[in-house]
Design a protein around this ligand. Sequence first.
Ligand code: HEC
Ligand code: HEC
Length: 150
Amino acid sequence: MKKLTMMLMACLLMSGAFAQSSPGAATAARVQTLRGVDIDGPEAPSDNFRNERDARALPRDFVQQPPLIPHTIKGYNITKNFNKCLDCHAWSRTADSGAPRVSITHFRTRGGTELSNVSPLRYFCTQCHVPQTDAQPLVGNSFKPAAGMR
Ligand code: HEC
Ligand code: HEC
């Protein structure tokens, strides 16, 4: 009986989906960005941007800012078992790679325990550190660095 109900529900859902994708309904709505720009129009944000060239470390704008990544990270995968960033940034690797070591703050757990390697809290580097591209900012920004950082 349960199975039959499930099948009936599936049929109902599917007929709903077909009704929505019928040609009549599709022409009615144009696809727009959240700010109301037509995605096919001339003002649409471009997703065709280039990574900045590898450079020296970039200035920081506020205390505790995760430094920006001054190099491309194309193909640098971070998975549960492997972290490409640590290939160069782990303390054991920096002598050879010449990369700055991950900050010592990255060994601390949420509870304040110091671990012998990068804490799970800081494992997914690109959660905080971002690479740079030539894409135009989506919104304006009038942020000024704090006095001590100028
Ligand atoms: C092939 C080696 C290599 C890999 C892999 C690598 N980096 Fe780097 N990274 C460097 C080097 C070298 C520098 C220093 C650039 C300079 O200052 O001249 C650097 C600089 C940085 C900085 C700037 C630090 C500062 O003090 O401003 C950050 C942040 C960073 N990398 C994050 C990452 C992240 C996140 C990943 C993985 C997605 C990654 N890196 C992968 C070599 C690497
Ligand atoms: C939760 C956010 C967060 C994550 C995740 C994170 N970082 Fe950071 N990182 C920071 C902040 C904030 C700073 C600057 C303050 C500090 O040193 O803690 C920093 C500093 C750094 C620096 C500069 C160290 C120095 O001495 O100037 C490097 C290099 C770095 N991180 C690499 C990494 C790598 C590689 C990973 C991934 C394994 C990573 N970070 C993950 C927030 C993060």
